[in-house]
Design a protein around this ligand. Structure first.
Ligand code: PHE
Length: 337
């Protein structure tokens, strides 16, 4: 029996292959269900007791030899891959890469603009308590100002929770945790109970900014917004501030930029006014500073907040808000860079 194993072993040693199919046939011949090794193990049962040890060792060695031969051959059969390389007329396989969502592209662009002048990015929870979304921001209890932002209220245990209606809640958290100087922007998703249409949605994205230090004035706010608008829309863009009202800022203003689409000649996007509203802003109300543990006699600050969908619409001329959340690849693929 030892001689038989030795003879097969020689055969295995000198076997040569050029294709994967030949290797597979070899594997079946030796290791298959009706293969040579199976026969040898069957014959092994009848080997006399004194020979059993040596034959057993030889058989195990032989099995190892076959397995090693096969695994070493796996990578040597490069005939088929070579054939592919040689065929230059063969069409290449197409690869499709993903792309950033337009909201993400614009968010990153705005973050980049503010980071250049020292603003850091802060984030907070989307399920917010009444204090951070309203009370600390000077919304009086049962005051109609709370209706300004159609809120999704949640009933979770004893406390009042809601889906945050603006990212100003993040700024309250930053003010509570850090002492001035504070210079931060907070991008994120916000929710409002509105019927879904081309012009409104029940969730959208905001990016709000906050700057608190000694001697911060309205002039600093205007300078910062001017720098921002010019960086985003181009040097020729003009800025206009109109008086407005927010519970958390005093004075408050609405910010318009000159229409970038028609150069103020009048078009349907600016409704023939020449101006586009892009955000709200103002000086942080002293009540808000005290609520967050900051002394309003020492510090002042400004805040601003914009809808990212609105900015994205102006940059990419998308006129239906619903497109941003439908995830239609035909829409999204247009934003590949
Ligand atoms: N939080 C306001 C909103 O959601 C935007 C805003 C932020 C206005 C900061 C003024 C100052 O409408």
């Amino acid at each position: 029996m030892l001689e038989t194993i030795e003879r097969y072993s020689q055969e295995v040693h000198s076997a040569q292959f050029t294709t994967k199919e030949e290797v597979e046939a070899f594997r079946i011949q030796y290791l298959g269900n009706k293969g040579i090794l199976k026969d040898l193990y069957a014959a092994f049962k009848n080997v006399g007791i004194e020979e059993k040890k040596n034959v057993g060792l030889a058989l195990n060695e032989f099995k190892k030899q076959i397995e090693e031969k096969i695994s070493s051959l796996n990578f040597q059969d490069n005939r088929s891959s070579k054939a592919i390389l040689d065929d230059f007329t063969k069409p290449s396989s197409s690869e499709s890469s993903g792309s950033l969502h337009p909201i993400s592209i614009i968010t990153y662009e705005i973050i980049d603009i503010f980071e250049r002048i020292g603003f850091s990015v802060s984030e907070g929870p989307e399920v917010e308590d009444d204090w951070h979304n309203f009370s600390a921001l000077n919304f009086p209890e049962d005051h109609p100002a709370r209706d300004m932002q159609d809120t999704f209220f949640l009933s979770l245990g004893q406390s009042n929770y809601s889906l945050r209606t603006h990212t100003s809640s993040v700024q309250v958290r930053v003010m509570e945790e850090h002492s001035p100087p504070i210079r931060t922007i907070s991008p994120g998703r916000v929710y409002r109970n509105e019927a879904i249409s081309a012009r409104a949605h029940c969730f959208f994205h905001q990016l709000e900014g906050l700057y608190i230090d000694k001697d911060v004035t309205f002039a600093d706010l205007k300078q910062t917004l001017d720098y921002f608008a010019k960086s985003l829309f181009g040097k020729e863009v003009k800025l206009r501030l109109r008086p407005s009202y927010f519970p958390f800022t005093e004075p408050s203003a609405e910010v318009d930029v000159s229409c970038t689409l028609c150069a103020q000649k009048g078009c349907s996007v600016c409704k023939y006014t020449g101006w586009l509203e892009i955000m709200g802003c103002g000086m942080v109300d002293p009540n808000v500073l005290s609520s967050c543990g900051i002394d309003p006699n020492t510090y002042t600050g400004f805040a601003f907040g914009m809808g990212i969908e609105r900015i994205t619409q102006l940059k990419y001329r998308v006129n239906d808000l619903r497109l941003y959340s439908e995830n239609d690849v035909r829409f999204l693929q247009q934003f590949k860079s």
